[in-house]
Design a protein. Structure first.
Length: 208
């Protein structure tokens, strides 16, 4: 006669913390955000490839050396790179529960990012005023799409930063708030890396 024994069920399995249970929220958020960043990088890779192919297709219109003001671009680039540094200092302050220091660095990050956007919008307005609109040539269409898409991401990053500052003021530096700040920091640093590619391919090479 065979006796069947029933193995007791672990409380961890019942609550979803054992094998086969749902992953913790922080792990799900981390994986999801990395997938988002990778998909964004893939999109920009396609825009970089399109610009590289179309950069010489000016259709008799203005070219890069005629349009680009490298002095303004250098200032624009410095603003974004320094904002990445202040963003990093802000995240370190948040991890150390230094709320006031975080707010200072977050404000600096916002001001530098807004300065970057202001210079870029002024550049776009100046180019359109000279007849170099996106519809003028394939080169300009690719230029406005690539640089404008990066600018749109910077705009969304600034709005995200305002939202996170409001959360810190209302809720403090709780663990879930710090996780969201870390996600923002990764996003902002990724924009810096992408801009280095834009600066090199579009402006340094294109202005020659």
């Amino acid at each position: 006669m065979t006796v069947t024994t029933i193995e007791p069920v672990s409380p961890d399995r019942v609550r979803g913390r054992g094998g086969g249970g749902p992953a913790p929220t922080r792990i799900v958020v981390a994986y999801g955000f990395w997938i988002f960043l990778l998909s964004d990088i893939i999109m920009f890779s396609g825009l970089f490839a399109a610009y590289a192919v179309l950069s010489a297709e000016t259709a008799g219109g203005p070219t890069g050396p005629e349009l680009f003001n490298l002095k303004n671009v250098f200032i624009e680039t410095a603003c974004l790179l320094v904002s990445s540094y202040t963003c990093g200092l802000g995240i370190l302050s948040a991890e150390r529960r230094q709320r006031e220091r975080f707010l200072v660095f977050a404000t600096l990050t916002f001001v530098l990012g807004a300065a970057f956007l202001f210079i870029e919008i002024r550049e776009f307005a100046g180019m359109v005023g000279r007849g170099a609109s996106p519809s003028r040539s394939a080169f300009l269409s690719a230029f406005f799409t690539l640089v404008g898409m990066h600018g749109a991401h910077v705009t969304s990053g600034l709005l995200w930063l305002v939202y996170m500052v409001a959360q810190v003021i209302v809720k403090g530096l709780r663990p879930h708030v710090r996780r969201r700040l870390l996600c923002f920091s990764l996003f902002w640093h990724a924009l810096d890396i992408i801009w280095v590619g834009v600066f090199t391919l579009v402006y340094l090479i294109g202005a020659r």
